[in-house]
Design a binder for this molecule. Structure first.
Ligand SMILES: C[S@@+](CC[C@H](N)C(=O)[O-])C[C@H]1O[C@@H](n2cnc3c(N)ncnc32)[C@H](O)[C@@H]1O
Length: 269
């Protein structure tokens, strides 16, 4: 079984490989981060932490709503941090610090943040209970955390396709079971970390897109699972997948469900 750090490094290197394509391929994450930030209770949030900050969409939404004085972005992917730096590294009046680390061992001071956000990254964390504890530890008493991640029940049409393609890709099939969580599980992580949930909810969206756009999104967010498409066996597997997706597409293209799991919580004062 891969160790926690090797799993994290694999995910991070996958995101580094595709970092320059991320913003173009995953536009839905921008609106998701904005909806998450709109759900944060009003308040003065001067010191904010963005865990799994990626290219900075959630930080951007936080800056737009709360104008914090200091922002710390944590992410193990060097490539994603480079994109963040290019986008948000120099903003007048805001002190931006970027830390290359995983949530599990992020070197940030205890009880030092008014607000922590974690947008579309939590599902990649190999240890969810520890992640919530690490985030809770970084918050000041009374501080707020806002999390958005992939939720259970989404992507079933794609899961059905890959279950029908041979050789069976166990890594892909297992990745969905490992990544997708439901509301009670998120509540469990937060409560066990000593946080008081404010609200936890799921959003189901049915989307129509092209097979090419869907597979580009998969390449960008899960390149480490797909592997190297220049290898003939992987190329063959991908073309079988795309063929089946086309067979199952309708007049509006490839249709899939996406579940987004949102949570806000507060550390007791
Ligand atoms: C889908 S991106 C989301 C980026 C950004 N928060 C957004 O909303 O667009 C997921 C990010 O989580 C990061 N990540 C993966 N494993 C992590 C870990 N163990 N700790 C912290 N971040 C991690 C990845 O490197 C990647 O940048």
């Amino acid at each position: 079984m891969p160790s926690m750090s090797s799993h994290r490094d694999l995910v991070a290197s996958g995101f580094s490989e595709t970092a320059s394509d991320y913003d173009g391929a995953v536009r839905f994450n921008i609106e998701g981060a904005q909806r998450l930030v709109m759900a944060i209770p009003p308040g003065d949030y001067n010191d904010v932490l963005d865990v799994g900050c990626g290219t900075g969409w959630a930080t951007q939404a936080l800056i737009d709503r709360f104008s914090p004085a200091r922002v710390t972005g944590v992410d193990p992917s060097e490539g994603m941090l480079e994109q963040f730096e290019a986008k948000l590294g120099a903003i007048d009046g805001i002190d931006v610090a970027l830390v290359q680390a995983g949530v599990e061992d992020m070197p940030v001071a205890e009880a030092s943040f008014d607000l922590a956000i974690c947008s579309m990254a939590y599902h990649w964390f190999p240890r969810r209970w520890d992640a919530a504890k690490a985030i809770a530890q970084a918050l000041k008493p009374g501080g707020v955390v806002a999390i958005l991640c992939s939720g259970k029940g989404g992507e079933q049409a794609y899961r059905d396709v890959i279950a029908d393609v041979e050789p069976i890709n166990y890594a892909w099939l297992g990745a969905f079971d490992g990544n997708l969580r439901d509301i009670p599980e998120m509540e469990g992580y937060l409560v066990a970390a000593g946080l008081d949930p404010i609200d936890i909810w799921m959003e189901r969206r049915v989307r129509h897109t092209t097979v090419e756009a869907y597979m580009e999104r998969m390449r960008v967010v899960a390149g480490h699972i797909i592997g190297d498409p220049s290898e003939p066996e992987i190329a063959d597997w991908l073309s079988q997948v795309e063929e089946k997706m086309r067979e199952r597409s309708g007049s509006r293209g490839w249709t899939y469900d996406f579940m987004k799991l949102f949570a806000t919580a507060r550390k007791p004062a």
